[in-house]
Design a protein around this ligand. Structure first.
Ligand code: SF4
Length: 495
């Protein structure tokens, strides 16, 4: 697990992985899960492989987890270790991850047999079917063959002919010395056709215990949608592209009902890039929750402009929304425009105030270091945080993700280091206005200003008893933020 995730002690289930496992199982493939998310070392898979002797080892990233988009090098190394262990056991090794898509050659050289790129479930099913039929030489997966034919429109009248690998969309593999990439797969637009994720393969109680031990209320992750149609120019969409597909509110309520009954969970992290974008989706979701007497709380990611549409905030609040993470990014309109973010500072202000007036917490994602960002823009971002008083913030620096317009702009400035080691690395990988140390300090300084503002607000509102700790910590944050500010001023001249 990522070091920062260990530290946060709020792990989420590998949702993407159990969607894929569920589809395999539905098609009668014996499927078991080794959940690396709770393991300290990839070596822990070794005794499992020795005991279970699987024919195929699938290393399948949870594509719903933002960490997997960042292509962190410690995750890559863990994957390489598992590829080696799988090959030692004679497994065919299949990888599905953003990093393997971007750096397929590296993974194939380490011994992976196939890389899945794009949306993975159906590709994996077709690949596993193809592998098992080729291996066993018998036609025992007639139904799957029909599914493949339907989806890919393979004009083959003879059902006894095995599907060649080259006709499976969305895979990369090596043949002799050359690498082959088959045509991209169309994304699924009927998400409700997928079976429910295989929650039973995960030790949910172990996850619950970690949250409980860190005194945090447990939340399970759900994905109600896939993809995002917006165009922020630093954001990568290696799996779904610009498409936005959604489960129906009915299906999501079915999942919630199941999880509430089987695991007594009533709090959810909706890990969609953008929650509830389709017109009337949120309103229908609210009504169905009420009809089914499901009293839940949940938190989401969204955009300031989207939240302001019609009665969205009202419906969200009524359906149990606890917190929204808004991609505020910057307090400078100039920077938002440069990012092609498509939102305005006025929308951030209005949506924040409206949410807070309905008792919904607001958190901001902040991003420093974008091209052209000056000291003045940075000051505007800090001023925005102090003015709107969000309940939480996440601060990062611009990260050049392959295949994005932003990456194209900075790729000539990249040094040997093109990935973060873990999610707490926060190195600026290109030449910014200031140097790396500056942005690391700026990140800490912003957190201190945020905590300082929060403590002072509690004090002003007389909310002392319930916020004793935050108020007591003012004794640390006020002088420390002051010292950081002086250091940052000195560092501005160093570059
Ligand atoms: S709205 Fe969010 S997910 Fe969509 S492009 Fe922008 S940053 Fe990416």
């Amino acid at each position: 697990m990522d070091a920062k995730q260990w530290q946060n002690q709020m792990p989420f289930l590998p949702l993407g992985t159990i969607y894929a496992a569920s589809l395999l199982r539905k098609n009668n493939y014996k499927t078991s899960l080794f959940d690396v998310g709770l393991k300290e070392s990839p070596q822990e898979i070794k005794p499992v492989l020795e005991k279970e002797k699987p024919q195929i080892l699938v290393i399948y990233d949870d594509g719903f987890n933002y960490l997997t988009k960042m292509c962190l090098t410690n995750m890559r190394e863990a994957c390489f270790d598992m590829i080696a262990l799988g090959k030692q056991q004679g497994c065919t090794v299949i990888i599905s991850s953003s990093d393997a898509t971007d750096h397929s050659k590296k993974y194939l050289e380490k011994g992976a047999d196939y890389i899945i790129y794009g949306e993975g479930e159906e590709t994996l099913l077709e690949l596993v079917t193809c592998l098992s039929e080729n291996k066993e030489g018998i036609n025992k997966k007639q139904e799957t063959r029909q599914l493949i034919r339907k989806r890919e429109e393979i004009r083959d009248e003879n059902p006894s002919i095995l599907l060649p690998f080259r006709e499976i969309s969305g895979i990369i593999f090596k043949e002799k010395d050359s690498i082959h990439k088959t045509k991209p797969r169309k994304v699924l637009n009927t998400l409700d056709d997928l079976p429910l994720p295989a929650w039973d393969l995960v030790d949910v109680e172990s996850y619950k215990l970690i949250w409980k031990n860190s005194k945090q209320e447990f939340a399970l992750n759900l994905a109600t949608t896939r993809g995002c149609p917006y165009h922020c120019n630093w954001c990568a969409k290696p799996i779904y592209g610009q498409r936005y597909n959604s489960h129906s509110p009915k299906r999501v309520v079915e999942m919630i009902s199941y999880l509430s009954k089987t695991h007594q969970v009533n709090r959810f992290w909706m890990c969609d890039d953008i929650f509830g974008l389709k017109p009337n989706w949120v309103q229908e979701f609210r009504d169905l929750l009420q009809e089914n007497s499901l009293n839940i709380s949940y938190y989401i990611q969204s955009r300031a402009d989207l939240l302001l549409k019609e009665d969205t905030i009202e419906a969200l609040a009524k359906s149990g929304l606890e917190e929204v993470w808004i991609g505020a990014e910057s307090g400078s309109q100039k920077i938002l425009n440069a990012m092609d973010k498509g939102t305005t500072i006025a929308q951030i202000e209005e949506s924040t105030k409206l949410l807070q007036s309905k008792g919904v917490k607001v958190a901001f994602f902040i991003q420093y270091g974008y091209l052209g960002e000056t000291k003045e823009d940075i000051n505007k971002t800090i001023a925005l945080i102090k003015r709107l008083k969000p309940d939480n913030i996440g601060v990062s620096v611009s990260y050049p993700l392959p295949e994005t317009p932003f990456y194209e702009k900075v790729k000539d400035q990249l040094s040997n280091k093109t990935n973060w080691r873990d999610s707490d690395d926060l190195a600026l990988l290109f030449k910014g206005t200031f140097n790396q140390e500056y942005y690391r300090k700026l990140q800490r300084y912003t957190h201190k200003e945020f905590r300082k503002t929060q403590g002072l607000t509690y004090l002003k509102k007389g909310k002392i008893i319930t916020n004793l700790r935050a108020i007591a910590l003012l004794g640390y944050y006020i002088p420390s933020a002051f010292m950081d500010k002086i250091s940052l001023s000195k560092m501005e001249n160093l570059k």
